[in-house]
Design a protein around this ligand. Structure first.
Ligand SMILES: Nc1nc2c(c(=O)[nH]1)N[C@H]1C(S)=C(S)[C@@H](COP(=O)(O)OP(=O)(O)OC[C@H]3O[C@@H](n4cnc5c(N)ncnc54)[C@H](O)[C@@H]3O)O[C@H]1N2
Ligand code: MOO
Length: 429
């Protein structure tokens, strides 16, 4: 456990981003408003499973065969008849041990049935012959004059995988909304499925807004958001940087709305006389709601619709854009893509490695590093440098985002918190 010497370490830059104000909208409420009426995109594609990696199932595939497809040995050993399982080891050893008739390897046919007093040498994965009640491992037998003497007769069913014990032919394999990963490709292959129906890709248009973006300030949000959108279920159109020109913005939004399900933008929303995106959406004939969220960073946010397209406008500060994308953009994309509900990543339990004071009122996402583990294995985390929604250096050094609830004014060393790691240990997709 940390010793607490770093308690009250300042984590915010001298000029913190935002002065609190009353009436900020809880993030959960903002998410509900954003998702209200949002439906998965209509349309499917039929693909080979390997071509559908990372895509979301539109319909549930059914198994084309039983798994296992036949009664199968789980071990290298000897298949025995039920009558010989009842006998004690001493009886069998006294000349009544089953006679080994033949050998069956994986890929061989099972051949004729065995009867009492008969055994068959079987290898792992081989079909067991009809009449076999158990397979005794080769390590557990003595072989004498072509007969097999189990040291201890196995119980019925031992080391036999019965046909259909995992899955019967026609059973549902995977639920609609499943994102296909390596496990699912293995199951689909085993079940002999060569085509699956997946949702068509969500068409997303991405833009940055601001006259300053160019020579003096580089556009860091677009490559970041494009990287977050580089997923199999998304088809991305990069609209580049649009200037602070209301008419040009309105025209670009109208054009983008015709061919996209979502228009994702950053910058130009917080309400100053240089922020034109919400007005441009209105001017183009769309609906827009500008929100102030109880979230830090990522307080200003606007969302709306234009024709069939949804619009999500994130704040310009890079860390605020990232947090807004993760807390609101991701759930909206998951809905549009047809992902199974509740399939999103969950935060993990973590302990504060050191204490710090903060201004309550907004739930906060702090770039944080894992610096060790406590005795029970919980990660010990601490803020990765000074906080600021325009700062990218601490973010790049972080292992994830530490989540601090809105009402907390003081985090103490050892406090239980939640942490969103950027990389999952056994992440498959
Ligand atoms: N009077 C108020 N001012 C501000 C408020 C407020 O509530 N009242 N909120 C602050 C917060 S919090 C944030 S976050 C920003 C959000 O402002 P906008 O979304 O309108 O974004 P801009 O003003 O266009 O830009 C803010 C900041 O971010 C830089 N930026 C913008 N786009 C990019 C990009 N693609 N790549 C890199 N950097 C970008 C921009 O140059 C500005 O420095 O508003 C506060 N102000
Ligand atoms: O911190 Mo603002 O909240 O930079 O989005």
């Amino acid at each position: 456990m940390p010793d607490g010497t770093l308690i009250h370490t300042p984590i915010h830059a001298p000029l913190a981003c935002c002065d609190e104000e009353p009436g900020l909208l809880p993030v959960a409420e903002a998410r509900a408003r954003l998702l209200h009426g949002a439906l998965p995109v209509a349309g499917e594609e039929v693909l080979a499973p390997t071509a559908a990696l990372g895509r979301l199932l539109a319909a549930a595939p059914r198994s084309a065969r039983s798994l296992p497809p036949f009664d199968q040995s789980a071990m290298d050993g000897y298949a025995l008849h039920a009558a010989d399982l009842a006998a004690g080891a001493t009886d069998l050893a006294a000349g009544a041990a089953p006679l080994v008739l033949r050998r069956i390897a994986a890929g061989d046919p099972p051949g004729p049935a065995i009867g009492p007093g008969e055994a068959v040498r079987v290898l792992t994965g081989a079909p067991v012959p009809p009449g076999a009640a158990a397979v005794v491992m080769e390590e557990h037998v003595a072989l004498r004059e072509g007969r097999v003497e189990p040291r201890r007769p196995p119980r019925p069913g031992t080391n036999i995988r019965r046909r259909g014990e995992d899955l019967a032919e026609g059973d549902l394999l995977l639920a609609p909304g499943t994102r296909l990963d390596a496990r699912h490709l293995a199951l689909l292959a085993a079940a002999d499925i060569d085509q699956v129906a997946v949702r068509r890709r969500v068409r997303v248009a991405l833009l940055s807004n601001g006259n300053e973006l160019g020579a003096a300030i580089r556009d860091s949000n677009r490559p970041m958001l494009a990287a977050l959108l580089a997923r199999p279920e998304i088809a991305l159109t990069d609209l580049g940087v649009l200037p602070d020109d209301p008419a040009a913005l309105a025209a670009a939004l109208a054009e983008a709305a015709r061919g996209h399900d979502l228009i994702l933008a950053s910058g130009g929303i917080s309400g100053s006389d240089a922020d034109h995106l919400p007005g441009a959406l209105r001017a183009a004939g769309g609906e827009v709601e500008v929100l102030k969220l109880a979230q830090k960073p990522g307080k200003p946010l606007a969302h709306g619709r234009l024709g069939a397209a949804r619009c999500l406008f994130l704040p310009g500060n890079p860390l605020a854009a990232l947090v807004g994308f993760l807390t609101l953009g991701r759930p909206l994309l998951a809905r549009l893509a047809g992902a199974a509900e509740g399939a999103g990543p969950a935060p993990v339990a973590a302990l504060a490695a050191r204490g710090f004071a903060r201004k309550p009122g907004r739930e906060e996402f702090l770039p944080a590093r894992v610096i060790g583990q406590d005795a029970s294995g919980l990660p010990l985390v601490e803020p990765a440098g000074l906080f600021g929604s325009a700062r990218l250096v601490p973010l790049a050094a972080a292992d994830g985002l530490l989540w601090v609830p809105a009402d907390i004014a003081q985090v103490r060393p050892g406090d239980a918190l939640r942490f969103h790691p950027f990389a999952a240990g056994f992440g498959l997709a």
